[in-house]
Design a protein around this ligand. Sequence first.
Ligand code: ATP
Ligand code: MG
Length: 576
Amino acid sequence: MNSSSPENKEAAKVQAESATRPSNFIREMFIEDLKTKKYGDAVVQTRFPPEPNGYLHIGHAKAICLDFGLADEFGGKTNLRFDDTNPEKEEQEYVDSIQTDVRWLGFEWERLCYASDYFDQLFEWAVQLVKAGKAYVDDLTADEIRQHRGTLTEPGKNSPYRERSVEENLDLFERMRKGEFPDGTRVLRAKIDMASPNLNMRDPVMYRILHAEHHRTGDKWCIYPMYDYAHGQSDSLEKVTHSMCTLEFTDHQPLYKWYIEQLGIFPSQQIEFDRLNLTYTLLSKRKLLQLVQEKRVNGWDDPRMPTICGIRRRGFTAEAIRNFCGAIGASRTNGSTDIEMLEHFQREDLNKRVPRAMAVLRPLKVVIENYPEGQEEFVEVANNPEDAGAGVRQVPFSREIYIEQDDFREVPPPKYYRLSPGKEVRLRNAYFITAKNVVKDAAGNVVEVHCTYDPASRGGNSPDGRKVKSTIHWVSAKHAIEAEIRIYDKLFTKADPSQLEEGEDFMSGLNPNSLETLMDAKLEPSLASAKAEDHYQFERVGYFCADLDSKPGKLVFNRTLPLKDTWAKIEKKAGA
Ligand code: ATP
Ligand code: MG
């Protein structure tokens, strides 16, 4: 499909509209806060705060584009902060991969921070709250705390330990820190209001005892702060002006503010936006980890995974992901985005930039009987018809070529305009050929098609105004290089793989045909120099990217996407 097809024109229009779409609500807030000088002369400061318990996925890319992208727009700064308060689930491997992925997306942080950098300060502040009578040590078990919490309709009950003296609390908290008590025996809780309509305000836990080795602080600590206590205070320490997070934290905002007010520290503000949900895709590190651990995929960077490293390996580009994130913006209600929209932005990007090549994925030999034996020549082919500056290349042509099995039918169905006995077609940039007869194997399968060619049609031009109804791609048999091709399809068959029937496991939604491997594809020889992550459009077939497993002499290509753009059609139908 080329740029002048109706689908692409429509798509281009949609994209142009999205570029001028009204700004998202967070941008409006930035503008307002800068106008009213809410933070004086301070610049916008944001942070991206992943927990290093898995690899980043496309949902994180949305958060990254908001945190880094919006700060950039306003001349602000962004920290990358690892929210490493759960030592049992966190690993250095994840810390490293997250940095690689953020940089690959095209962003650079101002400071690299860790919540664990602040453990000493957080502990001091907790002591300060204890001294102010705003926090207490509770000996209830986790179950008892849950029972005391009440429900949305019933207030909670005070813990019998709630009125401990400051001295006793200080002593117990210090002994918790020293490691005198086993895991789960005591917690430090904020003393707020057990009758609050907001369950998060019913004396939330600030610290728990966990005798676990931390990937950075080792065994220095055996008490760890809870997310809600660590997060806002870390923001405040970094003088974060706009702390963006997803909507499920909306009910935590009063607690975020409460800690900051009680401590009288820098007033960072939390802003909630909608989580990205993509059709046919699961965006949860926990579930993605399960896919990896149960070997349903080949690791975090399996090209079927929605992880940044997975879609990168598949052949998606940082530019396309950023464009997509820009177009979806941010809103205050959760919804679901069609995967086709992401794919559309990806095609737009690749269509403009990547070289074309001819590759035959499922080869069928064609012998051109009247082409002299031993003769060969080169035909000139544009590297990218979308980009005049991309130049041309010479592609070898000879008597025996490969075409796609699908481009020949011995008995053509109605409206089949490609090659069949007696029919003439154009070989792209080469000649017109007419099929004469076929050679079959013992099982009756066509293994060779014999044709004749018209020497006067060189370059694929009609010599006498004669029309052919189709143009097919080809590769010279003698010059072809072989490659393994991995054809990927959706990892899940259900539009919403997290929507489960009772007793159903999300694994049951896996697409059993998400990977098809083709071992004997034939490629034009210019592809011999392809290196991992080189992108191409294989003419008429799709967008492909050389895989990390690719080695000189043993090339492997991933299909990034087929050519057809379905999103433009979906939008058109929706009356866009
Ligand atoms: P997961 O459930 O996949 O583990 P998470 O929210 O626990 O996701 P974090 O590492 O805590 O992952 O996320 C870092 C930041 O990325 C947070 O601000 C979070 O709100 C944001 N984020 C995570 N998933 C999405 C998503 N699907 N869409 C938008 N932002 C997201
Ligand atoms: Mg999390």
